[in-house]
Design a protein around this ligand. Structure first.
Ligand code: G3I
Length: 324
C-alpha cells in the first residue's frame, strides 16, 4: 500500500523520482526512502532501449519487471522512459544499415513489444525523448531520423497507441527553460502532432536546471507547456548548485536555503496550471549521493531534495511550501 506520511501525501499531484534498480534492490535506506516519499517512479536506465532490447531478437525484462513489482507492492505509479531516443541505444540499433522498410519494421516492433509487455502495468510513456538538438530548434540526426525521416516522431506515437490504447503518451525533452528558441520548437512540434490527430497526451519537461535560472524562463517553460492543453510532467527535475563546476566547494546553509526557494518557485508555478493537466513532478534521482550531475559535470553538486545520508534538505520544505 502507498505510504500516507511521505512528501507525495502533502502535494496535490503525483510526486516521484527516477530510480536506480540496483539501489532499490540492494540498499534498504534508498528503497525505504522511495517507498515512503514518492507515489510515482521512473526507471533511471532500466527501461531504455540498451537495457530492454540489447539485440534484434532479444528482450531483457528482469530489471524493469523488478521495478514494476516494487511499484506494485508499494502502491506507486510507473512512468515508462523511454521508447525512442538517440542515446542508450544498443549498438545493433545505433549502427543499423539495412533498408528503410526493414528499419521501419524494427522500429514498430521495438515500440510495440515493449509497450505490450508492460500493458496494464506502465500507464504512461516517454515515447520520444530529446528529438531536438541541444540548443535551438533543429531535429537531431539520430539513426531514427536519418533512416525513417522527420515523421518517425508521429509514427512512434501511433505505434505505441496501437499497442496500448489506454496509455498516456508523452513527448519528453530538456531546455524549455533555456529560452524561446528550443521551447518554441518543442511546442510547435507538439501542437502540430495534436492538430494532426496523432495520439499524444502529454509533454515532459525535464527541467535539469540551476539555482540561477531566471524566474521568467522557469515560468515561461511551465505556462507555455500548459498552453498546449496537454498533460504536463516535470519529468527530470534537479537544481544544480554548482553549474560553474567549481572544485572543492561545499553546500552551505545559505546555499541550501537558496535551493529551497528555487524548488518552491518551480512547484508553485506548476501548481498554478490547471489541475487536470498536472501529471506530476519527478526528480532525476533520489538523493545528492546518487545524482547523475556530479559525475556528468566532474564537480561537486547537491541538486536534489535529499542529502547523501537520506535526510531531507531545506529543498524538501521548499517543495511543500510551493503548494501552500
Ligand atoms: O551499465 C553500464 C556498465 O555495465 C558499464 O560498466 C558502465 C561503464 O561506463 O556503463 C554503464 O552504463 C551507464 C549507465 O548510465 C548505467 O550506469 C552508461 O555508460 C551511462 O551513459 C548511463 O548514463 C545515464 C544517461 O542517462 C544515459 O542513458 C544516466 O545514468 C542517466 O541518469 C541519464 O538520464 C538522462 C535521461 O535518461 C534523459 N534526460 C537526461 C538524463 C541525464 O543525462
Amino acid at each position: 500500500p502507498v505510504s500516507t506520511d511521505g512528501l507525495h501525501a502533502k502535494l496535490p499531484f503525483p510526486f516521484g523520482a527516477a530510480v536506480n534498480v540496483n539501489l532499490i534492490r540492494n540498499n534498504a535506506q534508498y528503497r525505504n526512502l522511495v517507498a515512503k516519499e514518492m507515489n510515482s517512479i521512473t526507471a533511471e536506465n532500466a527501461m531504455k532501449p540498451a537495457a530492454l532490447h540489447p539485440s534484434k531478437d532479444l528482450y531483457v525484462w528482469n530489471d524493469a519487471d523488478y521495478l514494476v513489482e516494487f511499484a506494485k507492492q508499494s502502491g506507486k505509479r510507473v512512468h515508462g522512459h523511454t521508447l525512442i531516443w538517440h542515446q542508450s541505444l544498443p549498438a545493433w540499433l545505433e549502427n543499423y544499415n539495412g533498408t528503410p522498410a526493414e528499419f521501419e519494421q524494427i522500429f514498430k516492433t521495438h515500440i510495440q513489444t515493449i509497450v505490450s509487455h508492460f500493458k496494464g502495468k506502465v500507464a504512461s510513456w516517454d515515447v520520444v525523448n530529446e528529438a531536438f538538438e541541444n540548443e535551438g530548434g533543429t531535429l537531431r540526426n539520430s539513426v531514427w531520423r536519418r533512416i525513417l525521416g522527420d515523421d518517425y516522431i508521429a509514427r512512434a506515437f501511433q505505434y505505441a497507441h496501437e499497442a496500448d490504447p489506454a496509455a498516456l503518451l508523452f513527448y519528453n525533452d530538456y531546455g524549455h527553460e533555456y529560452g524561446p528558441t528550443k521551447r518554441n520548437a518543442i511546442i510547435n512540434l507538439v501542437n502540430s502532432l495534436k492538430a494532426r490527430g496523432i495520439p499524444i497526451h502529454g509533454i515532459g519537461m525535464q527541467m535539469h536546471t540551476r539555482y540561477n535560472q531566471s524566474d521568467a524562463n522557469l515560468t515561461a517553460a511551465i505556462t507555455t507547456a500548459a498552453s498546449t492543453g496537454l498533460k504536463v510532467h516535470i519529468s527530470e527535475l534537479d537544481i544544480s548548485m554548482n553549474p560553474e563546476k567549481t572544485q572543492g566547494i561545499m553546500l552551505t546553509p545559505a546555499t541550501a536555503q537558496l535551493q529551497a526557494t528555487r524548488y518552491k518557485f518551480i512547484v508553485k508555478a506548476y501548481n498554478g496550471i490547471p489541475k487536470e493537466q498536472q501529471f506530476g513532478i519527478t526528480t532525476w534521482n533520489v538523493t545528492d549521493g546518487d545524482s547523475w550531475v556530479p559525475g556528468f559535470n566532474g564537480a561537486p553538486d547537491w541538486p536534489l531534495p535529499f542529502d547523501k545520508n537520506y535526510q531531507p534538505k531545506p529543498a524538501y520544505q521548499g517543495i511543500i511550501e510551493g503548494v501552500q
